[in-house]
Design a protein around this ligand. Structure first.
Ligand code: HEC
Length: 336
């Protein structure tokens, strides 16, 4: 065994030992409570579908901002009540338009997965630990196509629509890899994207754009941002045994920031990933949320695996994380 570990390249040993010791190792996760969060394969489910007649009763309720996703799609036992397997296998169609929920099914893709989610905080940081069953493709080798394995969290404290509908308020029919995505040529010739040498349309909040090409007036955006409408985005990306943290935001666009105030660590064993994402509670970065004792934060989770394209991920309904407060996932304060 010792002989083998001596043969391992140094970076691999560091990847296996260091990130865990620097972050997750400081917290005794055995003591922290754990919640089961379900994730499902959404296919091309978009905000436009969710607010349309195709979504029947759901469409009406969401347009009026009334019932949340969980109200109709989560059983009393906490099980997801959704045709997720049928979406993944491409066998279910939308009720009115008869458009497929998944026009390009991936062979053998499961509709549902569950993650174990734990959280903790101290004076300076919040820690979210996510554990899930996986083939661990990204742990063993670099992604040759699509995205590396990763878990991403959209985080927001005050936006009511996010609290009810989570990531779905940022997912649209005209995003890159979605059915009504504009052509690369169209995107490049748009003033906004063209000025950034961009040919892709990324996540945006429904209240920040009326469509991929049309941004809401700056005054309206500024007000919404002031009221907490910008969504913080953090991600732990696992590639070739290394874990990288990404820090970004979503409003009228989705951007990753060059400078990250987020750290991430991770490991793979017994057919499961465990990733810990650490965010600053009092970040001075205007694109990060600020949080303190007693706060209840809304989180939407996405997991990408097996080198899938952008939209072909698992997603959760929004859940809450409470800092010393009751929530779907309760974080206890730890002293360090
Ligand atoms: C008022 C209740 C209600 C709410 C709120 C609601 N839905 Fe639905 N949803 C439905 C109904 C009813 C159907 C269609 C069932 C049928 O006709 O087969 C449906 C269908 C779906 C489907 C298609 C797969 C399936 O199981 O039929 C998806 C995906 C979906 N909803 C996602 C969501 C998401 C995401 C949210 C929150 C953003 C949400 N729903 C909110 C009631 C609701």
């Amino acid at each position: 065994m010792r002989g083998i570990s001596l043969l391992l390249p140094l970076f691999l040993i560091m990847a296996l030992i260091l990130p865990g010791a620097a972050l997750a190792g400081e917290i005794n996760w055995n003591k922290a409570g754990a919640s089961k969060i379900s994730l499902f394969y959404p296919g091309v489910t978009s905000w436009e579908f969710l607010t349309s007649d195709d979504h029947r009763l759901g469409g009406r309720e969401i347009k009026q901002g009334k019932k949340d996703c969980k109200h109709c799609h989560l059983s009393k036992e906490g099980e997801l009540d959704l045709k997720a397997d049928e979406i993944a296998s491409g066998t279910v169609k939308m009720k009115r338009s008869h458009n497929p929920f998944e026009p390009e099914p991936l062979p053998g893709k499961k509709g549902l997965i569950t993650a174990k989610v734990q959280a903790a905080y101290d004076n300076d940081y919040m820690y979210i630990r996510i554990e899930w069953d996986s083939k661990g493709a990204g742990w063993q080798k670099k992604a040759s196509k699509g995205l590396p394995d990763r878990v991403s969290l959209q985080i927001n404290k005050s936006e009511v629509a996010f609290k009810k509908y989570g990531c779905f308020i940022t997912c649209h029919n005209d995003l890159s890899t979605m059915p009504n995505s504009p052509s690369r040529k169209e995107v490049v010739s748009n003033g906004y994207y063209g000025s950034q040498n961009r040919d892709d349309v990324r996540l945006y909040a429904y209240y920040a754009r009326t469509s991929w090409s049309e941004r809401k007036p700056q005054g309206e955006l500024d007000k919404r941002i002031k009221d907490g409408g910008r969504i913080d985005l953090v991600s732990a990306e696992i590639n070739n045994g290394e874990v990288a943290a990404h820090d970004g935001w979503i409003m009228d666009d989705r951007k990753w920031e060059d400078k990250t105030s987020v750290e991430a660590s991770g490991s793979y064993g017994d057919g499961r990933y465990a990733a810990v994402i650490r965010t600053k509670l009092k970040s001075t970065d205007k694109f990060d949320i600020q949080a303190e004792d007693g706060d209840v934060i809304s989180v939407g989770m996405a997991i990408h695996e097996d080198g899938v394209e952008k939209r072909k991920h698992y997603v959760s309904f929004p859940f809450t994380v409470g800092l010393g407060a009751n929530a779907d996932v309760r974080a206890e304060k730890i002293s360090r």
